[in-house]
Design a protein around this ligand. Structure first.
Ligand code: MG
Length: 262
């Protein structure tokens, strides 16, 4: 306790230079409860500099871009692991109905995730049959994608719901065909061997509106049932669902979440 790690990685040059010339913090203040650091600790690691995207939703400098609108090189078919048959054109990918979902070849854990999506302009079907897809964190936990503009359905299946578990806090859907955004902060479940030691939590903004606020997931999501947590690795793919509707996606990126308790 109260031992400080070597402070080498992740420190911006900007702060490093300042530190060389001027002491910015303190070494005579009380330790923070449960922390190895003092209040205003001079030795506490500084955050790395990240350059924000030029406009909201654009990937910042440290983002991993999974889909930039031009190719599916970082995606495979969820059905057979082969090349996806989803169409890529005009900067988006479009679900190929009944040909299976897609998933990223890169696996990741706790993250900030951005996904742009649009329900089909041509309205067809109703309830769960209209503009249905889904954003599956770690391939298991679905944030529902649905055309919920003037389209009633069951509450735990609306856009922004954690499918089958938690309704969205608001229906913030734009009209069919209009581009929408998900900004998702994901904390995956923690397992110790076969034991769940902390469930997954997720915060979701739909078009800039909070629809899940650090919501605790009950387990993997599914249709008409409940599923208990089963141990899995701390990293998994991002999957997008084929629910038989030509939903479009664009501008998909994530940033691994840091940990400022270390
Ligand atoms: Mg769905």
């Amino acid at each position: 306790m109260n031992e400080k790690p070597e402070q080498t990685e992740g420190i911006s040059k900007r702060y490093e230079v300042k530190h060389m010339t001027k002491k910015l913090g303190y070494d005579d203040t009380p330790f923070l409860p449960g922390s190895r650091y003092r209040v205003h600790d001079d030795d506490r690691p500084h955050p790395p500099v990240v350059t924000p995207g030029a406009a909201p939703g654009q990937p910042p400098s440290d983002a991993v871009v999974l889909f930039d609108g031009t190719h599916l090189d970082l995606w495979v078919s969820s059905k057979d692991g082969g090349k996806p048959t989803w169409v890529v054109k005009d900067g988006y990918m479009e679900a190929a109905p009944r040909q299976g979902g897609v998933q990223s070849t890169i696996e990741f854990g706790d993250c900030q995730l951005h996904v742009g999506w649009a329900a089909p302009t041509e309205v067809s079907g109703d309830s769960q049959g209209r503009g249905n897809s889904g954003v599956f964190l770690m391939g298991l936990y679905e944030i529902q994608v649905l055309d919920c503009y003037d389209n009633p359905t069951y509450a735990d299946g609306v856009t922004g719901s954690i499918y089958g578990q938690w309704p969205a806090l608001a229906n913030a859907c734009r009209k069919p065909g209009e581009w929408q955004t998900y900004d998702i902060i994901w904390e995956g479940p923690r397992f110790d061997g076969d034991t769940l030691i902390r469930p997954a939590f997720v915060t979701v903004l739909l078009n800039g509106i909070v629809v899940q606020n650090h919501t605790q997931l009950l387990g993997p999501t599914t249709y008409r049932d409940t599923v208990p947590y089963k141990p899995h690795p701390p990293q998994g793919p991002l999957a997008l669902q084929d629910h038989h509707n030509p939903v479009r996606f664009r501008n998909i990126w994530y940033r691994p979440l840091g940990d400022n308790s270390l």
